[in-house]
Ligand binder design. Structure first.
Ligand SMILES: Nc1ncnc2c1ncn2[C@@H]1O[C@H](COP(=O)(O)OP(=O)(O)OP(=O)(O)O)[C@@H](O)[C@H]1O
Length: 563
């Protein structure tokens, strides 16, 4: 990281007035530092001679008070500059995220970490580091000029030792940069991964991968902790060494001044002035080193935010299925519900009201119904995400994890996890080899667009597939289902939000996937009723076999209802 990031300063253009005020107050502080030293030397020298320098005695507290006020004013101006820059960067990040659902290089979780904790860390950069940087430039020069006019030898000693501090700081900075960047990357990964896992928890549960993800979060947390400790260690050590260097330099001036004072080669008041001013030459540089470490996190985060505000999401194209699916085994447990009622905690009317149905092995049941009728709730009961308030099911006695092994679920908006395309398909069957993976992708009609991606199957998909179109995400979810090769298939609105062409392209793939499996499909799309073995209708939680609505194709056998 450079001492000052020019992009960040450009971003701070609207806060220019505040920053200019900070620089001006820095110059005033320097003048006050010199005045304070001159007055103090005068008061002490007078006291040594047995007199009282009244004017200097009155002026001294006034100068100290003015120094305090100017320092407070400087910090307040710098904080206002920081707030302006933060809110500008935040709104640009939010705008970017809204338009793209993330960026090519950042997942929504990363953006949240950046926009909150990351940009908050800019306060030390603007409120303390930048003002201190100004002081570190103005004060040593001004003090050296004052000392040179009083005593050239001391000024020369200071001029020789002073550059050692920035040289040493640059060396430490180079060493720290990589560590801070690593620490920040890990924190971002942690934020992104956590959000990713929470969003995709239902999918992880169905595929039995939730525990594995918890272990990944634990690993990233531990790595972040180690990186933070390493960065802190370097920061503490470098502060110690800078302190030592500055103290030795002041001691050198003190020895040289003391010897000449004993010789009588230096007036008492001049010696005092040099001794009081000597630490002031090194202090601002020492402080800027400390503030540099405190502000690095914010500056790194802001740099990352500025990097991200320039990228574009990529897209691909669709492909058609080519290879026939193989016939899967029968489910081990019976798929039936008897008098099942589900009521959500804050609702008076039930989401499913006394629903009974049985689906035969290999049968295809299509459940249609308007929005809010309870279709997703029905799937949630079968997936064991929702426990019925009353009623019984054929799978209630089976442990949920075992039952879910029988199921492949393609949700309405499939969740893709951070990782490669291959990782996402393998969720369906973690031990599957590459050949099986490619076969599943081909069956899902996903092979050609995956192979056209920059790194093929090893291309990272971005958080929740932000680099893929919604049709491509759906095909990856279908590939997952093909690879899972489970006897029961649950489909939630498989062609929702697709135009006529998109839905038609997906139709053949879905037919392949459904072939030979026990299928429950919930949908608004009446076109699917034509190929169903049976059609059920859900209305306000009640499953009915009523007369088809106008335009509906309810040409199927009546629904079997368990008594
Ligand atoms: N977690 C929940 N808490 C409270 N009420 C819920 C919850 N989930 C669903 N509901 C309510 O239960 C009813 C059935 O919802 P469900 O999502 O099953 O319907 P749906 O037919 O799948 O709708 P859509 O087609 O819009 O997805 C609705 O009235 C809905 O508002």
């Amino acid at each position: 990281m450079k001492p000052v990031d020019p992009r960040l300063l450009r971003e701070a253009a609207p806060a220019r007035r505040f920053l200019a005020g900070t620089v001006l107050l820095g110059a005033v502080t320097t003048a006050l530092v010199v005045m304070q030293a001159v007055l103090l030397a005068h008061v002490l020298a007078a006291a040594f001679d047995g007199t009282v320098a009244t004017a200097a005695l009155i002026g001294l507290p006034a100068v100290v008070a003015a120094r305090t006020l100017v320092a407070a004013g400087g910090e307040s101006l710098a904080t206002r500059a920081s707030s302006l820059v933060k809110s500008r960067l935040r709104s640009r990040l939010a705008g970017r995220s809204l338009h793209t659902g993330g960026t090519a290089d950042a997942r929504p979780g990363d953006l949240v970490t950046l926009a909150t904790r990351g940009l908050d860390a800019l306060d030390p950069y603007f409120a303390r580091y930048l003002p201190q940087l100004v002081l570190a430039i103005i004060t040593p020069v001004a003090v050296l000029v004052v000392v040179a006019r009083a005593d050239l030898t001391s000024a020369l000693v200071m001029a020789v030792t002073l550059p050692l501090i920035p040289v040493f700081m640059i060396l430490v900075g180079l060493h720290t940069r990589a560590r801070t960047e690593r620490q920040w990357n890990l924190l971002e990964r942690l934020g992104g991964h956590f959000l990713d896992v929470v969003q995709g928890l239902p999918t992880l549960k169905v595929f039995g991968r939730a525990q594995a993800q918890a272990a990944v979060i634990a690993d990233v947390t531990a790595a972040h902790r180690r990186a933070t400790m390493r960065t802190l260690r370097v920061a503490f050590l470098s502060a110690l060494v800078l302190e030592l260097l500055a103290t030795l330099s002041v001691a050198l001036v003190a020895v040289e001044v003391g010897l000449r004072l004993l010789d009588g080669g230096l007036p008492y008041e001049t010696a005092l002035l040099v001794l009081i001013l000597a630490p002031e030459v090194y202090l601002p540089l020492r402080n800027v080193g400390a503030q540099f470490h405190a502000s690095m996190e914010g500056a790194t985060a802001a740099g990352r935010a500025l990097d991200l505000l320039g990228d574009r999401p990529s897209d691909g194209h669709r492909s058609a299925p080519s290879i026939p699916a193989r016939i899967p085994r029968e489910p081990a447990q019976a798929l039936w519900l008897s008098h099942v009622t589900v009521r959500y905690p804050d609702r008076t009317s039930p989401a499913l009201d006394d629903v009974s149905l049985a689906v035969e092995p290999g049968e295809r049941l299509v459940v249609i119904g308007p929005s809010g009728a309870g279709k997703s709730t029905l799937l949630a009961v079968i997936l064991r995400f929702t426990r019925p308030e009353s009623g019984d099911t054929g799978f209630a006695a089976t442990p949920a994890a075992d039952w879910r092994r029988e199921i492949a679920w393609v949700p309405q908006d499939p969740h893709l996890f951070t990782g490669t395309v291959a990782d996402n398909i393998r969720l369906g069957h973690p031990d599957a080899d590459d050949a099986a993976l490619r076969h599943a992708a081909a069956l899902a009609g996903a092979a050609s667009f995956i192979e056209a991606l920059p790194e093929g199957y090893l291309t990272p998909v971005g958080e929740n597939g932000s680099r893929l179109s919604s049709g491509q995400r759906r095909r990856i979810a279908l590939a997952r289902a093909f690879l899972r090769d489970a006897p029961i298939l649950l489909l939630d609105e498989p062609t929702a939000h697709l135009d006529g062409i998109g839905a038609a392209e997906l139709h053949d793939t879905l037919e392949h996937l459904m072939a030979g499996r026990t299928v429950v499909m919930v949908t608004h799309d009446h076109r699917w009723t034509g190929s169903a073995d049976r059609v059920a209708r859900l209305d306000a939680g009640r499953l009915t076999i009523g007369a088809p609505l106008e335009g509906e194709l309810m040409t199927t056998a009546p629904l079997k209802v368990l008594s």
